[in-house]
Write a protein of this length. Structure first.
Lengths: 428, 273
């Protein structure tokens, strides 16, 4: 009986963060949940993938429709009460080829919120391991997941998808990484306690920055933000004195005048023994003197520069994404071929059996009836002849079947299905 | 035998060059391991070639220009492989591999066959002096490569251009530090090379110092690198200026190495004749 892959789940596009958080399965609970999932008769194999951006249940089932319904019931029973309204409206389902494609895209980080981010593959591997330990993995999902790891690797090595980043603040971090080798020994100065500066400072912290100074015209706001994100607040009048300690300087005040001029930077760099400084001007008006970029070992990017770089990345990325999609397409075909080849062998055996059965019945009837006077030699010859007839008749359909499942996509499964229906093989 | 080995070496260096180019410009991650591997195989053949030559002639092969070139590129590739092992700076290979290829190729251009070593030069001092001087120069060659990459990366950042090539480059900080490390290693080697050379000269030529063009230029280069190192340590000479000076210093070394003997006749061996 052919098994199909089904995926039921929700992700950052289909559901809000609140919904995703309430549906998510904590790592400690995943194995218990898997055992309960497996208890549904329609589910033969199952994996639960749960990250902060997605919760998906991947299953192998003989009847995909009842499997989808069961998975939805499972999610509703376990998680339905946690969210307001119906779970149904946040959930998508994929079956067969679409499910395979979806899983491959997830593994290759094409379905991620930040396309190309590398964490998803590790999370996929972890959840695959949970399912293996829980004993809910069989031949099909084993093969499917390992295939998806290979796909992810191919996409990473053969396309540039993984090396692209998009948002302005990730572009800034990406640029900073080209100037600085490591962030944990760097100091960031944030001038202006605005929203975007706050975001970028957090982003830098997540990349290892430990030391953060915050200054603002209203000291209270600097102190407030500093308390929130573990920085140290400094008085606005004092910030030029602290400038020499800063490797990255983020300006995001609405101030109409220039806060740091080129002469100051030159002096500060001398005091720093020319250790590089990266200025990022996030303000609507210029906070930093544009000439700073002309000074050796000082780099200045303003918000428009960052947007431009992000734009370039985006354009480059769409080409790479196309390349990645064609890899996915190829791999989906190769996996479907494997699945249908699983089905092909039992079909061929069943077909032979069916023909042989008919032959034996008819032989028996004739040999006990009209042909009962035949000599043993003649009986044997008759046996051989009928056998040969059947073999010759079956030869070309069977070899055709084998060829098709190896070479082509849809046709292979088509013939298998047709044979099953024509000769009523499914009941066996 | 050694000539065939050297030819194979040149071929592998050429292959490595090609594969580094593919790595850099086509952004093929998959060959990031292959390129240094090809270079390493070339290096082993090169080692064999130099070894065979050494056993056939019985002295280190440095007195002729072609021998010196071959040995120089050998030390340089060894240096790169050490750097690659410690810092994973595959991109540097794209500068070192073509340089090594051209130097081995040039070694053929200057004739085959080895003449007998002048009796006066046969001494252990030769091996010591040449090894030290070459180690120093190889470190400077690598520093040259690192500086070129630094300058490219710096230019991209200043002009706010993000290209695929740039993704291959390490951070400016890492490049600058590596440049410093190579200078710190190269300078003592060069110093010791000059000292041992001077001792050897006193044995064979009878004086520690003579106003020979090669000796003068070596001293100038030594002073230059010394000043560079001093500037880096005390005066915050780093980044673009340091990279430019490193490139300049190596050009002087290379320039003299290739043409010095032509312009100013010298009794020092290992030059174009």
């Amino acid at each position: 009986m052919q098994k199909e892959i089904v995926i039921v789940g929700l992700n950052h596009r289909s559901a809000s963060i609140e919904v995703r958080e309430s549906v998510a399965f904590e790592n400690a609970y995943v194995k218990d949940a898997l055992v309960q999932l497996r208890a549904y008769p329609s589910i033969q194999e199952g994996v639960i993938l749960s990250t902060c951006n997605r919760v998906e249940i991947v299953a192998a089932a003989s009847d995909s429709q009842s499997a989808c319904a069961d998975i939805k019931r499972f999610l509703g029973d376990h998680r339905g009460h946690r969210i307001p309204g119906s779970l149904e409206e946040h959930v998508y389902t994929y079956e067969g080829r679409d499910a395979i494609r979806h899983l491959f895209r997830v593994a290759a980080s094409l379905d991620s919120m930040v396309v190309g981010e590398p964490q998803i593959l590790g999370q996929l591997k972890d959840h695959y391991d949970f399912a293996r330990q829980a004993g809910t993995i069989g031949t099909i999902l084993h093969r499917l997941f390992h295939h998806s790891f290979t796909v992810a690797k191919r996409v990473r090595t053969e396309t540039g998808v993984a090396s692209r980043v998009v948002s302005v603040s990730s572009v800034a971090v990406d640029l900073a990484k080209r100037i600085f080798d490591r962030f944990d020994d760097k100091t960031v100065m944030l001038i202006g306690a605005g929203k975007i500066g706050d975001l970028m400072a957090r982003h830098l912290q997540s990349h290892g920055v430990q030391s953060l100074m915050i200054t603002n015209r209203t000291f209270g706001r600097a102190a407030e933000l500093a308390a929130k994100i573990h920085g140290s607040p400094i008085q606005f009048e004092d910030f030029p004195r602290y400038l020499k300690m800063a490797d990255l300087v983020l300006g995001c005040t609405g101030s109409p005048e220039i806060l740091v001029d080129a002469a100051t930077v030159e002096r500060v760099l001398r005091e720093r023994k020319q250790r590089a400084m990266f200025f990022i001007d996030l303000g609507d008006r210029r906070n930093f003197d544009p000439q700073i970029n002309d000074i050796d070992n000082a780099y200045l990017y303003n918000i428009d520069d960052l947007k431009e770089v992000a734009e370039e990345n985006l354009q480059e990325r769409s080409n790479e994404a196309e390349k990645a999609e064609s890899i996915i397409h190829e791999e989906v075909l190769s996996f479907t071929r494997w699945i249908s080849s699983l089905d092909q062998v039992p079909t061929i055996t069943a077909l032979r059996q069916r023909f042989d059965e008919i032959r034996r019945k008819e032989m028996e009837r004739s040999l006990t009836g009209a042909l009962k006077d035949l000599s043993p030699q003649q009986k044997e010859a008759l046996e051989d002849m009928t056998n040969a007839m059947i073999n010759k008749m079956l030869h070309s359909p069977i070899s055709r079947l084998k060829r098709n499942t190896q070479s082509d996509d849809e046709e292979g499964t088509l013939y298998v299905d047709a044979l099953k229906k024509l000769f009523d093989l499914t009941e066996k | 035998m050694d000539v065939i080995l050297l030819k194979l070496t040149a071929l592998l260096y050429l292959l490595a060059t090609g594969s580094f180019i593919v790595y850099v410009f086509l952004v093929r991650e998959s060959i990031s391991k292959l390129s240094p591997l090809i270079l390493a195989v070339g290096f082993l053949l090169h080692t064999a070639a130099i070894g065979v030559h050494f056993f056939q002639t019985g002295y280190p092969n440095v007195t002729q220009f072609r021998e010196a070139l071959s040995l120089y590129s050998w030390v340089m590739v060894a240096g790169f492989l050490v750097v690659q092992f410690n810092y994973r700076l595959t991109i540097l290979g794209s500068i070192i591999a073509p340089l090594a290829f051209m130097m081995t190729l040039a070694a053929f251009a200057f004739g085959a066959g080895s003449e007998k070593l002048p009796a006066g030069l046969k001494s252990y001092w030769l091996a010591v002096h040449v090894s030290l001087a070459f180690l120093g120069n190889a470190a400077f060659a690598l520093a040259f490569g690192v500086s070129i990459i630094y300058l490219l990366q710096e230019r991209h950042l200043k002009h706010k251009k993000m290209t695929r090539l740039m993704k291959r480059f390490p951070s400016l900080e890492a490049l600058d530090r590596l440049n410093y490390v190579l200078l710190v290693w190269g300078f003592p080697f060069m110093t010791l090379g000059i000292i041992t050379g001077s001792v050897w000269a006193s044995i064979h030529w009878g004086d520690y110092w003579s106003w020979d063009p090669r000796l003068i230029s070596s001293s100038i280069v030594w002073l230059f690198y010394g000043a560079l190192l001093h500037g880096r340590i005390t005066a915050g000479l780093r980044g673009r200026k340091a990279a430019v000076l490193t490139v300049f210093g190596f050009c002087v070394v290379l320039g003299y190495f290739l043409s010095g003997g032509l312009i100013f006749p010298s009794r020092h061996g290992g030059r174009f004749e």
